[in-house]
Design a protein around this ligand. Structure first.
Ligand SMILES: Cc1cc2nc3c(=O)[nH]c(=O)nc-3n(C[C@H](O)[C@H](O)[C@H](O)COP(=O)(O)O)c2cc1C
Length: 228
């Protein structure tokens, strides 16, 4: 099947019409009462089947105080009762934006399962203890890498590798400490949508919206179906 046609050298035109047909169904009357429980159920099902190579990969969209957005992929490391956690450099572009504007959005796309999960929420830093625990669970090379990279700054070819070599010597065989400029963010959701692909673009969409005034620790949710 031709999926991509390039009729001229200056244009990519996608002609394929991929059909989605997830075997299960999704309805506000059958989903879990809270979106993080529903997310854990979907994530567990997808991970257990092994069909999606890196289901923890998610796009996170941040924005400056003026509302200029930017998006990139990071890895989910924890989905607890309060929200979705990932780790990064606190001086990176995304962290700078989350510090000046905590509003953020996430999107997971699990192509092989015809599923998407979308989150809108507010970012908060995880505790130092949580970052310590995660940092020390990483491979040693990644721990040194975190020290070596002033993430999102302009660098010269080879600069980061040279810095990593020096840091390796400096740390020797001892413990690599958690840099004070590195740690986790938790996206506390106000809205979570589950999307299941169906034929003829008649997809199932179920959205949870936090009831205004309900707390982050015991949120209440309104659950609706959205038109595809
Ligand atoms: C699959 C994948 C996973 C990634 N995971 C992370 C991650 O967990 N944390 C991180 O800081 N960057 C991760 N990155 C790199 C980011 O996409 C991005 O390049 C980096 O964080 C700098 O982003 P920023 O300059 O917008 O802050 C990942 C990239 C890919 C493609």
């Amino acid at each position: 099947m031709t999926t991509i046609a390039q009729p001229t050298s200056d244009k990519i035109q996608i002609l394929a019409h991929v059909q989605y047909d997830a075997p299960d169904a999704l309805s506000p009357s059958t989903v879990a009462p809270d979106p993080l429980a529903q997310f854990r159920a979907w994530f567990k099902a997808v991970s257990t089947r092994g069909s999606v190579r890196e289901p923890e990969a998610m796009t996170i969209c941040t924005a400056t105080a003026a509302g200029v957005p930017s998006a990139r992929v990071v890895l989910l490391k924890q989905a607890d009762a309060r929200g979705f956690v990932f780790y990064t450099n606190y001086t990176s572009r995304k962290s700078r934006e989350l510090t000046e504007n905590p509003n953020a959005a996430l999107a997971f796309y699990w192509r092989e399962e015809s599923r998407q999960v979308r989150v809108v929420g507010r970012a908060e830093r995880v505790t130092r203890e949580e970052s310590e625990e995660y940092f020390h669970s990483r491979p040693r090379g990644s721990q040194v890498g975190a020290w070596a990279s002033k993430q999102s700054t302009v660098v010269q070819d080879g600069e980061i590798q040279a810095r990593a070599e020096k840091l390796k010597e400096r740390f020797g065989a001892g413990e690599v400490p958690l840099p004070e400029f590195w740690g986790g963010w938790r996206i506390v959701p106000d809205e979570v949508e589950f999307w299941l692909g169906k034929p003829s673009r008649l997809h199932d969409r179920v959205v949870y919206t936090r009831v205004e005034g309900s707390s982050d620790d015991a949120p209440q949710w309104k659950v609706d179906r959205l038109a595809p």
